[in-house]
Design a binder for this molecule. Sequence first.
Ligand SMILES: *Cc1c(COP(=O)(O)O)cnc(C)c1O
Length: 330
Amino acid sequence: MDNRKILQDFPKAELGFFPTPVVKLTNLSRHLGGPEILMKRDDLTGLALGGNKTRKLEYILGDALAKGCDTVVTAGAQQSNHCRQTAAAAAKLNLSCHLLLGGDKPEESTGNLLLDTLFGAQLHYCKGNRKGEDIPRLVEDLKSQGHKPYVIPYGGSNELGAIGFVEAGFELAAQIDTDTLSHVFFASSSGGTHAGLMIAKSMLKHQYMLTGIQIDKAESSAGEFKQRVLALANSTSDALNLNQVFNSEDVILDDGYLGAGYGVLCEPEKSAIQLLAKTEGILLDPVYTGRAFAAMVDKIGSGKLVSGQQILFWHTGGAPSVFAYADKLL
Ligand SMILES: *Cc1c(COP(=O)(O)O)cnc(C)c1O
């Protein structure tokens, strides 16, 4: 059976350049003396400096267009990669874009925030509410002005967003021999990437261990985030009419690297960014991939991943925010 057929009922807006490359991190593997390390370059999806949200937005905005919406509304932190990619996609698709960002209006815009403005998004500053708490009020305003708004949840993590990562899992399987992979690592934060990759892995019966490195401390208590990934994997599986029910053991989430909290750059993230930049000439970001990559390097250092194994890091993007962290990276 052609697995991609299960995706064809979902309207898609083409926004990126796929497949993204898979590269071998030869210098780094040699430097660490551990396993062979591959990298899936979703930092190169092509839309507005790339990132994992491009895959989600292809299906989410495909739906928005099919429903005749003229405006998109979403939320995130000021350095949200999701908001930046949404703003660019909206520009390309002739949609208006409203972004609800955490905090107060800063004196200067840099990194993703600068790009949001260049893509013509309208910005709303919502102080502590960086996860879309203020969206319903804005949506009512937009409707009363005669617009047809389409709400994209925090991080683009709903069933349609996750379907973008089911497709990504198929894409990887067509590029490399996944039977020789022992582990796949990635940064997990709103759950869509994780849920989608879980479904692809299960459909294709891949044996590697799929580990999300949890990024956001806010939801770490009592396995709350794990439950959300699980629920999304199951609702996405339903949306695709698959007979696959996931259990809590199927969600592998490592919450051992939460550091000082979401968006706080400390020594592990800084070292990881410098290490990959100097060995491979590849940029990680301070919030997501820097943290997840630091976790993987730590596991190599402590002998949990060893020479003879082949592992893959799924690079989910985010590099534009290095500029917003310039003073802490030097
Ligand atoms: C959003 C994001 C993630 C997390 O992906 P989720 O699907 O939200 O879990 C990881 N890395 C980067 C760079 C991101 O922007």
